[in-house]
Design a binder for this molecule. Structure first.
Ligand SMILES: NC(=O)c1ccc[n+]([C@@H]2O[C@H](COP(=O)([O-])OP(=O)(O)OC[C@H]3O[C@@H](n4cnc5c(N)ncnc54)[C@H](O)[C@@H]3O)[C@@H](O)[C@H]2O)c1
Length: 266
Protein backbone atom coordinates (compact mmCIF):
# COMPACT_ATOMS: atom_id res chain seq x y z
CA UNK A 1 0.00 0.00 0.00
CA UNK A 2 1.48 3.34 -1.08
CA UNK A 3 2.09 6.01 1.47
CA UNK A 4 2.65 4.35 4.82
CA UNK A 5 6.45 4.90 4.87
CA UNK A 6 7.03 8.65 4.52
CA UNK A 7 5.83 11.38 6.86
CA UNK A 8 4.61 14.36 4.86
CA UNK A 9 3.03 16.90 7.18
CA UNK A 10 2.72 19.85 4.77
CA UNK A 11 0.18 20.86 2.12
CA UNK A 12 -0.07 18.69 -1.01
CA UNK A 13 -1.44 19.68 -4.42
CA UNK A 14 -2.12 16.99 -7.04
CA UNK A 15 -3.34 17.41 -10.64
CA UNK A 16 -4.98 14.61 -12.62
CA UNK A 17 -6.26 13.32 -9.29
CA UNK A 18 -9.55 11.99 -10.67
CA UNK A 19 -10.38 8.40 -11.44
CA UNK A 20 -8.36 5.39 -10.47
CA UNK A 21 -5.06 6.39 -12.03
CA UNK A 22 -1.72 7.65 -10.78
CA UNK A 23 -2.98 11.02 -9.51
CA UNK A 24 -5.65 9.41 -7.34
CA UNK A 25 -3.11 6.92 -5.95
CA UNK A 26 -0.75 9.80 -5.13
CA UNK A 27 -3.52 11.76 -3.37
CA UNK A 28 -4.47 8.73 -1.25
CA UNK A 29 -0.83 7.99 -0.48
CA UNK A 30 -0.38 11.55 0.85
CA UNK A 31 -3.41 11.03 3.09
CA UNK A 32 -1.86 7.83 4.47
CA UNK A 33 1.41 9.69 5.07
CA UNK A 34 0.04 12.13 7.59
CA UNK A 35 -0.75 14.86 5.07
CA UNK A 36 -4.07 16.31 6.17
CA UNK A 37 -4.28 19.35 3.87
CA UNK A 38 -4.69 18.16 0.31
CA UNK A 39 -5.73 20.04 -2.85
CA UNK A 40 -6.86 17.98 -5.82
CA UNK A 41 -7.90 18.89 -9.35
CA UNK A 42 -8.94 17.11 -12.54
CA UNK A 43 -11.00 17.90 -15.62
CA UNK A 44 -13.40 15.10 -14.64
CA UNK A 45 -15.61 16.41 -11.82
CA UNK A 46 -17.26 13.10 -11.02
CA UNK A 47 -14.08 11.07 -10.71
CA UNK A 48 -12.50 13.89 -8.71
CA UNK A 49 -15.31 13.53 -6.20
CA UNK A 50 -14.49 9.80 -5.82
CA UNK A 51 -10.90 10.70 -4.95
CA UNK A 52 -12.15 13.25 -2.42
CA UNK A 53 -14.34 10.56 -0.81
CA UNK A 54 -11.43 8.09 -0.79
CA UNK A 55 -9.18 10.61 0.99
CA UNK A 56 -11.87 11.24 3.60
CA UNK A 57 -12.20 7.51 4.13
CA UNK A 58 -8.49 7.35 4.93
CA UNK A 59 -8.57 10.46 7.11
CA UNK A 60 -12.04 11.80 7.96
CA UNK A 61 -10.47 14.97 9.38
CA UNK A 62 -8.51 15.82 6.23
CA UNK A 63 -9.04 19.33 4.84
CA UNK A 64 -9.56 19.01 1.11
CA UNK A 65 -9.74 21.60 -1.65
CA UNK A 66 -11.21 20.01 -4.74
CA UNK A 67 -11.78 21.96 -7.98
CA UNK A 68 -12.41 20.61 -11.45
CA UNK A 69 -11.01 22.36 -14.50
CA UNK A 70 -8.63 22.26 -17.44
CA UNK A 71 -4.95 22.18 -16.47
CA UNK A 72 -3.99 23.80 -19.77
CA UNK A 73 -6.07 26.90 -18.93
CA UNK A 74 -3.77 29.52 -17.42
CA UNK A 75 -6.60 31.44 -15.71
CA UNK A 76 -7.95 28.28 -14.07
CA UNK A 77 -4.55 27.08 -12.86
CA UNK A 78 -3.51 30.45 -11.44
CA UNK A 79 -6.80 30.93 -9.60
CA UNK A 80 -6.73 27.34 -8.34
CA UNK A 81 -3.25 27.67 -6.85
CA UNK A 82 -4.03 31.15 -5.47
CA UNK A 83 -7.07 29.59 -3.75
CA UNK A 84 -4.95 26.78 -2.26
CA UNK A 85 -2.42 29.32 -0.96
CA UNK A 86 -5.26 31.33 0.58
CA UNK A 87 -6.94 28.33 2.23
CA UNK A 88 -3.82 26.62 3.54
CA UNK A 89 -1.33 29.52 3.67
CA UNK A 90 1.34 27.38 2.00
CA UNK A 91 2.01 24.63 -0.56
CA UNK A 92 4.72 22.06 0.18
CA UNK A 93 4.34 19.29 -2.41
CA UNK A 94 3.10 19.80 -5.98
CA UNK A 95 2.59 16.66 -8.06
CA UNK A 96 1.65 17.19 -11.69
CA UNK A 97 -0.06 14.06 -13.01
CA UNK A 98 -2.70 15.32 -15.47
CA UNK A 99 -2.00 13.98 -18.94
CA UNK A 100 -3.42 12.36 -22.06
CA UNK A 101 -2.14 9.67 -24.42
CA UNK A 102 -3.29 10.44 -27.98
CA UNK A 103 -3.96 8.25 -30.97
CA UNK A 104 -1.73 5.49 -32.35
CA UNK A 105 -0.49 7.33 -35.45
CA UNK A 106 2.73 8.30 -37.21
CA UNK A 107 3.46 12.02 -37.60
CA UNK A 108 2.26 12.32 -41.22
CA UNK A 109 -1.09 10.86 -40.10
CA UNK A 110 -1.46 13.12 -37.06
CA UNK A 111 -3.64 16.21 -37.23
CA UNK A 112 -2.21 19.49 -35.97
CA UNK A 113 -5.16 19.72 -33.57
CA UNK A 114 -4.19 16.36 -32.01
CA UNK A 115 -0.55 17.47 -31.66
CA UNK A 116 -1.66 20.77 -30.13
CA UNK A 117 -3.93 19.05 -27.60
CA UNK A 118 -1.23 16.66 -26.33
CA UNK A 119 1.30 19.47 -26.13
CA UNK A 120 -1.19 21.74 -24.37
CA UNK A 121 -2.30 19.26 -21.74
CA UNK A 122 0.93 17.32 -21.09
CA UNK A 123 3.65 19.94 -21.52
CA UNK A 124 1.99 23.33 -21.13
CA UNK A 125 -0.38 22.07 -18.42
CA UNK A 126 2.52 20.70 -16.38
CA UNK A 127 4.47 23.94 -16.85
CA UNK A 128 1.52 26.15 -15.85
CA UNK A 129 0.83 24.08 -12.77
CA UNK A 130 4.46 23.79 -11.74
CA UNK A 131 5.00 27.52 -12.31
CA UNK A 132 2.03 28.46 -10.10
CA UNK A 133 3.26 26.12 -7.33
CA UNK A 134 6.83 27.45 -7.54
CA UNK A 135 5.55 31.02 -7.16
CA UNK A 136 3.80 30.09 -3.91
CA UNK A 137 6.74 28.04 -2.60
CA UNK A 138 9.07 31.03 -3.04
CA UNK A 139 6.93 32.99 -0.57
CA UNK A 140 7.14 30.52 2.33
CA UNK A 141 9.70 29.28 4.83
CA UNK A 142 10.60 25.58 5.16
CA UNK A 143 8.57 23.53 7.63
CA UNK A 144 10.46 22.46 10.76
CA UNK A 145 10.06 18.84 9.55
CA UNK A 146 11.87 19.75 6.29
CA UNK A 147 14.54 22.21 7.50
CA UNK A 148 16.13 22.73 4.08
CA UNK A 149 13.09 22.30 1.87
CA UNK A 150 10.88 25.22 1.01
CA UNK A 151 8.91 23.00 -1.38
CA UNK A 152 9.10 19.96 -3.66
CA UNK A 153 7.68 19.61 -7.16
CA UNK A 154 7.30 16.21 -8.82
CA UNK A 155 6.26 16.13 -12.47
CA UNK A 156 4.95 12.94 -14.02
CA UNK A 157 6.77 12.31 -17.30
CA UNK A 158 7.04 8.78 -18.78
CA UNK A 159 9.49 6.10 -19.85
CA UNK A 160 8.51 7.46 -23.27
CA UNK A 161 10.25 10.70 -22.41
CA UNK A 162 13.49 8.70 -22.13
CA UNK A 163 13.08 6.28 -25.04
CA UNK A 164 10.61 6.36 -27.92
CA UNK A 165 8.05 3.92 -29.29
CA UNK A 166 6.24 3.68 -32.62
CA UNK A 167 3.25 5.90 -33.42
CA UNK A 168 3.50 8.29 -30.49
CA UNK A 169 5.79 11.16 -31.56
CA UNK A 170 3.72 13.96 -30.00
CA UNK A 171 3.27 12.08 -26.71
CA UNK A 172 6.95 11.06 -26.49
CA UNK A 173 8.05 14.63 -27.24
CA UNK A 174 5.67 16.08 -24.61
CA UNK A 175 7.17 13.77 -21.98
CA UNK A 176 10.78 14.54 -22.99
CA UNK A 177 9.87 18.21 -22.67
CA UNK A 178 8.69 17.59 -19.10
CA UNK A 179 11.98 15.87 -18.20
CA UNK A 180 14.15 18.73 -19.43
CA UNK A 181 11.83 21.38 -18.01
CA UNK A 182 12.22 19.59 -14.68
CA UNK A 183 16.03 19.76 -14.92
CA UNK A 184 15.93 23.41 -15.89
CA UNK A 185 13.62 24.36 -13.02
CA UNK A 186 15.76 22.29 -10.64
CA UNK A 187 18.76 24.45 -11.59
CA UNK A 188 16.79 27.68 -11.28
CA UNK A 189 15.25 26.97 -7.85
CA UNK A 190 18.04 25.09 -6.05
CA UNK A 191 19.23 28.22 -4.26
CA UNK A 192 15.65 28.81 -3.09
CA UNK A 193 15.63 25.38 -1.40
CA UNK A 194 13.00 24.03 -3.75
CA UNK A 195 13.55 20.58 -5.24
CA UNK A 196 12.11 19.74 -8.66
CA UNK A 197 12.16 16.14 -9.88
CA UNK A 198 10.13 13.90 -12.14
CA UNK A 199 8.97 10.30 -12.20
CA UNK A 200 8.94 8.39 -15.49
CA UNK A 201 6.42 5.57 -15.19
CA UNK A 202 6.50 2.46 -17.37
CA UNK A 203 3.22 0.85 -18.39
CA UNK A 204 0.93 1.24 -15.41
CA UNK A 205 -2.48 -0.31 -14.92
CA UNK A 206 -4.75 2.74 -15.06
CA UNK A 207 -7.76 3.84 -17.15
CA UNK A 208 -5.23 5.32 -19.62
CA UNK A 209 -3.85 1.84 -20.42
CA UNK A 210 -6.84 -0.40 -19.78
CA UNK A 211 -9.64 1.95 -20.85
CA UNK A 212 -10.08 0.30 -24.27
CA UNK A 213 -9.13 -3.02 -25.83
CA UNK A 214 -7.30 -1.19 -28.64
CA UNK A 215 -4.97 0.60 -26.19
CA UNK A 216 -4.39 -2.55 -24.13
CA UNK A 217 -3.39 -4.45 -27.30
CA UNK A 218 -1.18 -1.54 -28.40
CA UNK A 219 0.72 -1.60 -25.12
CA UNK A 220 1.20 -5.37 -24.90
CA UNK A 221 4.61 -5.38 -26.67
CA UNK A 222 5.85 -2.73 -24.21
CA UNK A 223 4.91 -4.95 -21.28
CA UNK A 224 6.67 -7.94 -22.85
CA UNK A 225 9.89 -5.96 -23.50
CA UNK A 226 10.23 -4.96 -19.83
CA UNK A 227 12.22 -7.62 -17.92
CA UNK A 228 9.60 -7.74 -15.17
CA UNK A 229 6.92 -8.47 -17.79
CA UNK A 230 3.98 -6.95 -15.98
CA UNK A 231 2.21 -3.63 -15.68
CA UNK A 232 3.11 -1.54 -12.68
CA UNK A 233 0.46 -0.33 -10.26
CA UNK A 234 -0.46 3.29 -9.57
CA UNK A 235 0.61 2.67 -5.96
CA UNK A 236 4.14 1.79 -7.10
CA UNK A 237 4.33 5.18 -8.84
CA UNK A 238 2.86 6.93 -5.79
CA UNK A 239 5.62 5.41 -3.62
CA UNK A 240 8.29 6.93 -5.90
CA UNK A 241 6.51 10.30 -5.90
CA UNK A 242 6.22 10.42 -2.12
CA UNK A 243 9.88 9.50 -1.73
CA UNK A 244 10.88 12.42 -3.98
CA UNK A 245 8.70 14.79 -1.90
CA UNK A 246 10.06 13.51 1.40
CA UNK A 247 13.03 14.70 3.49
CA UNK A 248 14.67 11.33 2.67
CA UNK A 249 15.21 12.71 -0.85
CA UNK A 250 16.74 15.97 0.41
CA UNK A 251 19.79 15.83 -1.91
CA UNK A 252 17.94 14.61 -5.02
CA UNK A 253 17.53 17.42 -7.51
CA UNK A 254 16.46 17.51 -11.18
CA UNK A 255 16.26 13.73 -11.34
CA UNK A 256 14.13 11.68 -13.75
CA UNK A 257 13.31 8.56 -11.73
CA UNK A 258 12.34 5.73 -14.06
CA UNK A 259 9.82 3.31 -12.49
CA UNK A 260 9.28 0.88 -15.35
CA UNK A 261 10.01 -2.75 -14.43
CA UNK A 262 13.26 -2.44 -16.41
CA UNK A 263 11.73 -1.32 -19.75
CA UNK A 264 14.37 1.31 -20.49
CA UNK A 265 17.36 -0.94 -19.70
CA UNK A 266 16.32 -3.63 -22.15
N1 LIG B 1 -0.66 4.70 -17.24
C1 LIG B 1 0.55 4.62 -17.76
O1 LIG B 1 0.98 3.56 -18.22
C2 LIG B 1 1.45 5.81 -17.80
C3 LIG B 1 2.78 5.63 -18.18
C4 LIG B 1 3.63 6.71 -18.22
C5 LIG B 1 3.17 7.97 -17.88
N2 LIG B 1 1.86 8.12 -17.51
C6 LIG B 1 1.46 9.47 -17.16
O2 LIG B 1 0.88 9.46 -15.88
C7 LIG B 1 -0.05 10.53 -15.77
C8 LIG B 1 -1.33 10.01 -15.17
O3 LIG B 1 -1.93 9.10 -16.07
P1 LIG B 1 -2.78 7.84 -15.62
O4 LIG B 1 -2.12 6.65 -16.18
O5 LIG B 1 -3.07 7.90 -14.18
O6 LIG B 1 -4.05 8.03 -16.51
P2 LIG B 1 -5.50 8.56 -16.13
O7 LIG B 1 -6.19 8.77 -17.45
O8 LIG B 1 -6.12 7.72 -15.09
O9 LIG B 1 -5.18 9.98 -15.43
C9 LIG B 1 -5.01 11.14 -16.13
C10 LIG B 1 -5.93 12.16 -15.49
O10 LIG B 1 -5.71 13.41 -16.12
C11 LIG B 1 -6.97 14.02 -16.28
N3 LIG B 1 -6.91 15.00 -17.37
C12 LIG B 1 -6.85 14.76 -18.69
N4 LIG B 1 -6.85 15.93 -19.37
C13 LIG B 1 -6.90 16.91 -18.44
C14 LIG B 1 -6.95 18.33 -18.51
N5 LIG B 1 -6.93 18.99 -19.68
N6 LIG B 1 -6.99 19.03 -17.35
C15 LIG B 1 -7.03 18.40 -16.16
N7 LIG B 1 -7.01 17.05 -16.03
C16 LIG B 1 -6.94 16.32 -17.16
C17 LIG B 1 -7.92 12.88 -16.60
O11 LIG B 1 -9.28 13.22 -16.36
C18 LIG B 1 -7.40 11.78 -15.68
O12 LIG B 1 -8.07 11.72 -14.44
C19 LIG B 1 -0.21 11.11 -17.17
O13 LIG B 1 0.55 12.29 -17.28
C20 LIG B 1 0.37 10.02 -18.06
O14 LIG B 1 0.88 10.54 -19.26
C21 LIG B 1 0.99 7.07 -17.46
Amino acid sequence: MAGAVFRLPGVAYITGAGGTGIGAAVAKAFARSGCSRIAITDINKKSLESTRDAILEINPRAQITSRDGDISDEGFVDSLVAGISKSFARLDYAVNCAGILGENLRSHETKTSAFDLITKVNYKGTWLSSRAALSQMLQQQPLSEHPRQRGAVVNIASQLGVVARPNAAAYCASKSAIINMTRSDAIDYSQDEIRVNCVCPGVIETPMTTGSEEVTERLKPAIDIAPMRRMGTPEEIADAVLFLCSPQASFIQGHALVVDGGYTIN
